[in-house]
Design a protein around this ligand. Structure first.
Ligand code: PEP
Length: 261
């Protein structure tokens, strides 16, 4: 596998979760745009709450920074109050969407099956899905990391027929290893722990398509900060980061993005 594949430019994604308002978003986006203007060796994505996607489009349109949704529904339209369809995200210029985030799984009862259906709907609409996988602390301590990650990956792989898999390759699908014990906790996986699971995820993709596996970006998420990003990003199978809390501070997020250059 060629770790330096041209398809694997480093990728840093900001997950703002349920934070922000029009005024603070404007300051944050303007600071990030300015701070990253000279750092173009990596790709960047901002995922604000849905009501602010319009604002993201307005401010990011003429920059190299992409924007995306924090989730999407698998249905195209209909009586699904509160849900957002993939074509609505693309209508707002989104190119990425987060899927299967641990907060969605734990707090909103989303499952491997719904994540798989949303993944399929996303790639069919031309969105790049970022599928989050990762084990809880109890699973980690029980030595079940690979079992859990494999089950989360396999649910998606089994749902994709050959045509959908080709579409997923076309949109450069992304996987995010997010150990649940590290998300929002201040605890970070060591670079070696992250590398081991990322290599496992790549191996799992290779079981479906070995050529594809070398091209797919696998990013790490879980309490990334400016002071741990460089080491994490230096690992051969860590292709960038998914950043929650630290993406709400322009200085911190810019420093993390610089570490990816
Ligand atoms: C996340 O929300 O995906 C995340 C990784 O959060 P944090 O960086 O705050 O741990």
């Amino acid at each position: 596998m060629n770790a330096q594949s041209i398809n694997r430019r480093k990728l840093v994604i900001a997950n703002w979760k349920m934070h922000g308002d029009i005024s603070s978003n404007q300051h944050l986006l303007q600071a990030v745009i300015h701070g990253l203007s000279d750092y173009q060796q990596a790709d960047y994505v901002i995922c604000p709450p849905n009501p602010y996607l319009f604002q993201a489009r307005e401010l990011l349109s003429n920059t190299k920074i992409a924007w995306g949704g924090q989730n999407v529904n698998q249905h195209d339209k209909g009586a699904f109050t509160g849900a957002v369809a993939a074509h609505m995200l693309t209508d707002l210029g989104c190119t990425y969407v987060l899927l299967g985030h641990s907060e969605r799984r734990v707090l909103f009862n989303e499952t491997n099956l719904t994540a798989a259906a949303r993944f399929d709907a996303s790639v069919k609409s031309g969105l790049t899905p970022v599928l989050c996988v990762g084990e809880t602390l109890a699973e980690h301590e029980a030595g079940l990391t690979e079992v859990i990650v494999a089950s989360q990956m396999d649910a998606v792989m089994a749902t994709l027929n050959d045509q959908s898999f080709a579409a997923a390759m076309q949109v450069n699908m992304v996987f995010a290893y997010e150990p649940v014990w590290a998300v929002g906790t201040g605890k970070t996986a060591t670079p070696e722990q992250a590398q081991a699971v990322h290599a496992f995820i790549r191996h799992r993709i290779a079981m479906r398509n070995s050529e594809a596996a070398g091209h797919v970006r696998i990013v790490y998420g879980g309490s990334i900060k400016a002071d741990n990003a460089k080491k994490l990003f230096s690992m051969p199978d860590v292709d960038g980061g998914l950043v929650g809390g630290a993406s709400l501070s322009a200085d911190e997020f810019i420093a993390i993005c610089k570490a990816a250059n």
